[in-house]
Design a binder for this molecule. Structure first.
Ligand SMILES: Cc1cc2nc3c(=O)[nH]c(=O)nc-3n(C[C@H](O)[C@H](O)[C@H](O)COP(=O)(O)OP(=O)(O)OC[C@H]3O[C@@H](n4cnc5c(N)ncnc54)[C@H](O)[C@@H]3O)c2cc1C
Length: 380
């Protein structure tokens, strides 16, 4: 039976997913629930959940969790009820009533990973090449696999995207995000009180910092056991990007230095700069034992589908974090792919329709992120 016939007879498609982070798991779960047979290859051999900070739990992420009976979103989210802007001296300049829902990358990842069967999730398996017209992939152990559709959910440094679009490169936005999480139990009552229930911001001339509570390391949401997550956007101000992104092993990273890997002089310099922040943010930064840093960049592909290969999530479009939409976009791509395959006559028609709508959405989001970031960081 041909692939097309097997699909039309209702037996579902074989879908090979490269990348087992958020985008790969959203896709695997959505497709499995629609009667397809997804299998994930993730290149990391170790656990992914030991890294990561806060995520805005947009409505479509919460809906994904409840629609697929994964977890009641209430169990892994925290809320703020006010967006608050501080002056440099720490007074409240403006407060707007608004409910926001947050989770942590590790809590969400763990729920998605638990909802996807182990026997279909292979670790330590890197996809090294794709043949789009045959929906075939080569894996770094030397084996080849063929499916009906290949989904590359490989993140911003996707090698499949580089193979399909060798001229498309992530574009550095000229600023970085310093980030950290601190256990609530390690903070003073005054510091906890200053941030509790709020989504707090300080906007300086060429910097922006924000903070919100996220679940604790094991997903705890009760006051006392949560973590406070901060993100501090800052221009390089003449500093050498290469020096900042050279980690404790002396390797120069292109996009991020993970928690615990920042070199001492880099950490010291950033702590000194924290003196320009409102005191409560300065305290937060100095109480963070393992800050990390990521480069802010933009990425846009001309199309998300090439024959039977789909680029999904950050592998296709990276919008700046101001949009708070990276994970929500990955969930949206996955849900839309399952819907398109369910409602279109042929696989090719389904992929073409998905490509049109999601490419337009991704490109729009990247453009919005650029505008937001350039205004906030005072860049032109
Ligand atoms: C460890 C980790 C921590 C993160 N923490 C945060 C956070 O705290 N806050 C936040 O907002 N965003 C975080 N992100 C980014 C966030 O997950 C993404 O922006 C968004 O969810 C879209 O996810 P994605 O699956 O498209 O890409 P990513 O999350 O970047 O995942 C790509 C995955 O593909 C794998 N991969 C790459 N190439 C190959 C290949 N050739 N073969 C097989 N596997 C491959 C990678 O190992 C990775 O697991 C994190 C990402 C990772 C990987």
């Amino acid at each position: 039976m041909s692939n097309e016939q097997s699909r039309q007879s209702g037996s579902g498609l074989d879908v090979l997913i490269s990348g087992g982070s958020m985008g790969g798991l959203f896709t695997g779960i959505a497709l499995a629930r629609s009667g397809h047979r997804p299998a994930i290859c993730e290149r990391s051999a170790g656990a992914l959940e030991s890294r990561g900070g806060g995520i805005v739990a947009q409505r479509n992420i919460r809906r994904f969790l409840s629609d697929h009976d994964i977890v009641d979103p209430e169990e892994i989210t925290t809320r703020s009820h006010e967006r608050r802007f501080l002056t440099e001296s720490g007074d409240v300049e403006r407060a707007v009533s608004e409910t926001m829902v947050f989770t942590s990358w590790d809590a969400l990842y763990r729920q998605l990973r638990d909802a996807f069967p182990d026997e279909r999730y292979r670790t330590g398996a890197e996809v090294t090449a794709v043949t789009p017209e045959a929906a075939a992939v080569r894996i770094d152990d030397g084996t080849e696999r063929t499916a009906d559709v290949v989904v590359a959910a490989e993140g911003g440094q996707s090698s499949t995207r580089a193979q399909l679009y060798p001229d498309v490169e992530p574009e550095f936005a000229s600023y970085v995000a310093w980030r950290g999480v601190v256990d609530e139990a390690d903070l003073s009552g005054a510091c906890v009180g200053a941030f509790d229930g709020t989504f707090t911001f300080y906007q300086g001339a060429d910097q922006l910092i924000l903070a919100y509570f996220i679940p604790g390391p094991d997903g705890e949401t009760a006051p006392g056991s949560r973590r406070l997550n901060w993100v501090w956007y800052d221009t390089l101000d003449g500093r050498d990007r290469g020096a900042i992104f050279t980690d404790t092993s002396d390797a120069e990273r292109r996009f991020s230095v993970s928690p615990g890997r920042l070199r001492d002089p880099v950490r010291r310099r950033q702590r000194e700069r924290a003196a320009t922040l409102p005191p409560v943010f300065e305290t937060l930064v100095s109480e963070t034992s393992e800050p990390f840093v990521q480069a802010i960049y933009d990425l846009t592909v001309p199309a998300m589908v090439a024959d039977r290969v789909c680029l999904l999530g950050d592998g296709a479009f990276v919008a700046r974090p101001h949009t708070a939409a990276g994970t929500a976009k990955a969930a949206g791509d996955a849900t839309a792919l399952a819907d398109a395959l369910a409602s279109r006559g042929s696989v090719n028609d389904a992929l073409a329709a998905w490509d049109r709508t999601r490419t337009e959405y991704g490109a729009g989001l990247v453009a919005r992120g650029k505008e937001m970031g350039d205004v906030r960081l005072n860049l032109d």
